[in-house]
Design a protein. Structure first.
Lengths: 113, 112
């Protein structure tokens, strides 16, 4: 069965650089969530999209932006990277009518040097 | 404020039963979910409770009491592969793609 795809899996950037993370949800899933997870911490909700429209925003810095495209894939754009942005970034998708089960991608490990 | 409280660590013996509790305080409530996460892996969905009561899925069961803002995950016949972190998560609103808040996670260690 198809799963959520995230790319790249690993990313190393310097401070003040820009990064773009991509997420390809499970086919026919219309909802995408982005999470940030630091070492030993819980996933922190960043932002969500439903049918290509932004739905909710959480603790997402102003330096970050995201969108969902017509093919339902989503991109998280991160600018002016800081050391504290180093974390695992997960994307999760959910299908229509499902209010509970999120399917998580493998994550992108971002390291800011 | 919004918070989900879970024990930080639990240790149990292989073959035993363990219960992981979760109490929540959120601005809204539309269901409590549980996720399992192995080190370095992605969270995987275990169960969901939208209404009060017990939901059973194989060796895992989950319980919810909305009046007490409380739920738990029960793991039976523990296996070594159950060693992982377990997160409770609350959806605040019914609408699609509404914000989901995760608890701080419970690290479950299984001893032979």
């Amino acid at each position: 069965a198809a799963g959520v795809i995230q790319s790249p899996r690993h990313l190393i950037k310097e401070k003040r650089e820009t990064a773009t993370l991509k997420c390809y949800p499970i086919p026919r899933h219309d909802t995408v969530y982005w999470y940030q997870q630091g070492p030993g911490q819980d996933p922190q909700f960043l932002i969500s999209f439903y049918e290509k429209m932004q739905s909710d925003k959480g603790s997402i810095p102003d330096r970050f932006s995201a969108q969902q495209f017509s093919d339902y894939h989503s991109e998280l754009n991160m600018s002016s990277l800081e050391l504290g942005d180093s974390a695992l970034y997960f994307c999760a998708s959910m299908g229509t009518g499902s209010y509970n089960e999120q399917f998580f991608g493998p994550g992108t490990r971002l390291t800011v040097l | 404020g919004q918070s989900l409280e879970q024990p930080s660590e639990v240790t149990a013996v292989e073959g035993a039963i363990v219960q992981i509790n979760c109490t929540y305080q959120t601005s809204g409530f539309y269901g409590l979910s549980w996720y399992q996460q192995h080190d370095g892996g992605a969270p995987t969905f275990l169960s969901y409770n939208g209404l009060d009561g017990l939901e059973e899925t194989g060796r895992f069961s989950s319980f919810l009491s909305r009046s007490d803002s409380y739920g738990y995950l029960l793991l039976q016949e523990l296996q070594m592969k159950d060693s992982a972190s377990y997160f409770c998560a609350v959806r605040e609103r019914r609408s699609s793609a509404s914000k989901i808040i995760f608890g701080s996670g419970t690290r479950l260690s299984i001893r032979p």
